[in-house]
Write a protein that binds this ligand. Structure first.
Ligand SMILES: NC(=O)c1ccc[n+]([C@@H]2O[C@H](COP(=O)([O-])OP(=O)(O)OC[C@H]3O[C@@H](n4cnc5c(N)ncnc54)[C@H](OP(=O)(O)O)[C@@H]3O)[C@@H](O)[C@H]2O)c1
Length: 304
């Protein structure tokens, strides 16, 4: 990709969308889409587009003529997806289908973001050949979104992930939860039974960039190279940021509404991406070091 390439970041004002702009700025032309117009740093221009509207998706993509479309738009809240499954279906299935269909028609590369929550978390260390079995409406809608994307655009790259980092609200991510709470000297719970391989958002965008460069298509697990419980992650945050890890209490995650513990290991195996890229993916601790060095300039750039 060269400076005259155009990336269209869909969901530009979201957590990952704003991180993508910060990463891509200065390397390629970055155009963003939002549902309601607002000034956003890092984007050369902004278009308005509701991805559930196929004619809007079609006209925006045909007008911008991007080389790459990165879809970070979604209803990413488990709670909202449980409450409003039709809304989740529209944003997480219909929208991605529309984007996949138009990108296939115009010959643009399509990168779609999915989630580790397509698995049930009973085992962990899932690879791309393991059969998904989502435990939530969110996971079900994201899995259906993956299938819709591949149906419309088999050359698409689908990245299943889980990430942490600096967000536009300053409070969206688990990193910010621990940094903000521990800085204020508050006691916090760290779940010892909820395990993920969360990757630093800037490291994630680097991996998407690298996979795009080698024209990867299909499903890839794009997460950190190691798994940590939320408790261990909190301790790692405290260690990296010079905060008091004694404020983090190891605890079990609360039972769901069905009375069943949320015990989950949603860690993903990254061998497929590592082999294609010829390097291991960064650990969560390496991501925290990166986030620490980004804590001034990048954090301020992303904060809205
Ligand atoms: N955050 C995580 O740790 C995590 C973990 C695993 C996977 N993911 C996946 O990563 C991706 C990005 O997540 P995120 O945390 O960055 O989400 P986010 O901060 O909630 O941002 C989502 C974006 O989607 C936009 N959007 C929602 N419905 C839309 C629609 N119908 N048309 C156009 N835009 C729409 C939102 O726009 P408005 O501002 O207008 O609502 C918002 O900009 C999602 O695919 C999510 O499923 C996230």
């Amino acid at each position: 990709m060269t400076a005259d390439s155009t990336w269209l970041v869909v969901g530009a004002n979201g957590f990952l969308g704003s991180n993508a702009a910060a990463f891509l700025q200065g390397t390629v032309d970055v155009v963003g889409t939002v549902r309601s117009r607002s000034p956003l740093p890092g984007f050369s221009s902004i278009a308005t587009c509701d991805i559930t509207d196929s004619s809007s998706v079609d006209s925006v993509i045909r007008a911008i003529q991007p080389d790459v479309v990165l879809n970070t738009a979604a209803i990413a809240s488990h709670e909202l997806c449980e409450r409003e499954p039709e809304l989740a279906h529209q944003a997480n299935v219909v929208g991605p289908r529309n984007l996949a269909s138009t990108t296939a028609a115009v010959g643009a590369r399509f990168i779609h973001i999915s989630t580790d929550a397509v698995f049930d978390g009973a085992r962990g260390n899932y690879n791309e050949t393991d059969t998904p079995s989502p435990f939530s409406s969110y996971g079900q809608s994201k899995l259906a979104g993956e299938l819709a994307v591949l149906e419309e655009n088999p050359a698409a790259l689908i990245a299943r992930t889980n990430f942490f980092g600096w967000s536009p609200t300053g409070s969206r991510s688990i990193l910010e939860f621990f940094v903000n709470s521990l800085t204020r000297g508050e006691l916090v719970s760290g779940y010892n039974d909820y395990i993920v391989s969360s990757i630093y958002a800037q490291d994630l965008i680097q991996i998407l960039w690298d996979l795009n460069e080698v024209k990867a298509s299909g499903v890839f697990h794009c997460v950190a190279g190691n798994a940590l419980s939320k408790f261990d992650f909190g301790v790692a945050v405290a260690d990296q940021f010079g905060l008091d890890s004694g404020l983090i209490q190891s605890s079990s995650s609360p039972a769901g509404t069905d009375g069943i513990s949320r015990l989950r290991d949603l860690s993903l195996d990254t061998t497929k991406a590592s082999q294609l890229l010829g390097r291991v993916l960064p650990t969560q601790e390496a991501g925290l070091q990166h986030a620490f060095s980004d804590r001034s300039e990048l954090r301020n750039q992303i904060l809205s």
